[in-house]
Design a protein around this ligand. Structure first.
Ligand code: SF4
Ligand code: SF4
Length: 187
């Protein structure tokens, strides 16, 4: 056969030894590699039975917070919506009526509060902006959904359980979060 270039190299096929023809050395080598992995630390976890610990700076799903008496902290000031770079937060304010003091801590509250999780980039600026410790990003994920509407979270999804009525659910939802605002009224 005529070569097209001068880079042709004739490869010499080395005949296999008797041991190589039995494939035993190759099989043994492979088994040793498998055996060695049995004593190494597993990089996988049995999710969802086991979960990895979150990073200290992890920012997950938002929670609308209550105070220790179970009253909603949010005063519908709109600072979180202004701070949000993704314009993901919308709300409607309402005035607290006589007799509603046990429901809402401030005289004004959010009758409607929505976050569009498809817009949200989980930057945490809403939490930073809030003067009332009324919103924070928790250590849970936003679950998947089949519709766009399912990613618009309202107060029903965001509001933390009542610490007086459901203390266990409240503690679980709150997790490791601590009040870090400098406003003494928010504590
Ligand atoms: S985490 Fe960031 S993007 Fe998401 S709602 Fe808060 S401010 Fe907006
Ligand atoms: S969550 Fe905080 S910043 Fe946002 S409207 Fe309520 S009180 Fe204001």
């Amino acid at each position: 056969m005529q070569a097209l270039t001068n880079r042709v190299k004739v490869v010499e096929r080395k005949p296999m030894t008797f041991m190589e023809r039995t494939y035993l050395p190759g099989i043994f080598k492979g088994m040793m590699i498998t055996f060695g992995h049995m004593f190494k630390k597993k990089p996988t976890v049995n999710y969802p039975e086991k979960t990895r610990p979150f990073s200290a700076v992890f920012r997950g799903l938002h929670v609308l917070n209550r105070d220790e008496e179970g009253r909603e902290r949010c005063t519908a000031c709109g600072l979180c919506a202004v701070a949000c770079p993704a314009e993901a937060i919308t709300m409607e304010a309402a005035e607290r009526l006589p007799g509603e003091e046990k429901l809402y801590r401030e005289e004004k509250y959010a009758v409607k509060y929505e976050i569009n999780m498809l817009r949200c980039i989980f930057c945490g600026l809403c939490e930073e902006a809030c003067p009332k410790d009324a919103i924070y990003l928790s250590e849970t994920f936003a679950p998947s959904n089949f519709t766009r509407k399912g990613f618009i979270y309202g107060k029903e999804e965001l509001l933390i359980p009542d610490p007086v009525m459901e203390p266990e659910a409240y503690a679980k939802a709150r997790g490791e979060h601590v009040v870090k605002t400098s406003d003494p009224a928010a504590k």
